[in-house]
Ligand binder design. Structure first.
Ligand code: ADP
Ligand code: MG
Length: 264
């Protein structure tokens, strides 16, 4: 059975794309067959996995509009994961899809054609709560919410959780909220910890461990078309590896996910 995980937060710059690429590479390192789906018209995931969105022939846009089969657009990457690329065409998909009945189900229907070829599908949602993110949430078994550890990180979280609740009521009753993933975490200051405690107090949402540390390696990696898992040993890669191990244990054996305790 394929497990589908959407990574969503309508705020930009919280490390959604970084999480999909790095977690995807870490899961592949654990021997899983991984497919990542770029649902952002900016194509940052596509780019960071070594493909130029301007040169991609067909993309998730053609899949959502029914002009191409999902299998036809899948690309290989150096990270050992498969990619459904995005191009700027996807910006028009929103308007196209809005005219169609069942518009929230386009991605779910496309993934169903893969016949469990992949163990894990990770979906990189765009920074909005529009029809593309609704497609991601409707296609997913669970959703992970990266939260940047800075003041006001919680702004918009209430709205995101309402959207998740609506999706659970209307298009995907089985959707599970896995929790928040603290990103750009600075262990040297108490500030990051305070932000996480604040989020944990305000919302009924587990905050998962380990927090992903802030390190310059992420910027270096995405500029080179690889993930932090590909380079030298570093704390960012270690954190995503640890998260991958936890998720695999959770999916395989039902083990509880470790949550972050700000006092530790
Ligand atoms: P989103 O997809 O939510 O918009 P990105 O994954 O594109 O966010 O990340 C935004 C920026 O932050 C990128 O430049 C990325 O390289 C950087 N970044 C992500 N995670 C980290 C981290 N743990 N430490 C330092 N920089 C990071
Ligand atoms: Mg992104």
């Amino acid at each position: 059975m394929t497990t589908v995980l959407a990574v969503a937060n309508q705020k930009g710059g919280v490390a959604k794309t970084t999480t999909v690429a790095s977690l995807g590479a870490a899961l592949a390192g654990l021997g899983r067959k991984v497919l990542v789906v770029d649902l952002d018209p900016q194509g940052c995931l596509t780019f960071s996995l070594g493909h130029n969105p301007d040169r991609v022939e067909s993309s998730v846009h053609e899949v959502l509009t029914g002009e191409a089969a999902l299998r036809e657009v899948i690309l290989d990457t150096e990270e050992g994961i498969s990619l459904v690329p995005a191009t700027i065409d996807l910006a028009g998909a929103e308007a196209m899809l809005l005219m169609r009945p069942g518009r929230e189900f386009a991605l779910k229907r496309a993934l169903a054609t893969l016949d469990n070829d992949y163990d894990i599908v990770l979906i990189d949602c765009p920074p909005s709560l529009g029809v593309l993110t609704l497609n991601g949430l409707t296609a997913a078994d669970s959703v992970l919410v990266p939260l940047q550890c800075e003041t006001l990180a919680h702004r918009g979280v209430g709205q995101l959780l309402r959207t998740v609740g609506e999706v659970q009521q209307i298009t995907n009753p089985d959707l599970r909220l896995l929790g928040a993933l603290p990103t750009l975490y600075d262990a040297r200051t108490t500030h990051s910890r305070d932000v996480i405690s604040d989020v944990a107090d305000r919302y009924e949402m587990p905050v998962l461990a380990p927090p992903i540390p802030r390190t310059v390696r992420f910027a270096e990696a995405s500029a080179s078309g690889a993930t932090v898992l590909a380079g030298r040993r570093n704390k960012g890669a270690l954190a995503y590896r640890e998260l991958a191990e936890q998720l695999v244990a959770h999916w395989d054996t039902g083990a509880d996910l470790v949550t972050f305790s700000p006092t530790a």
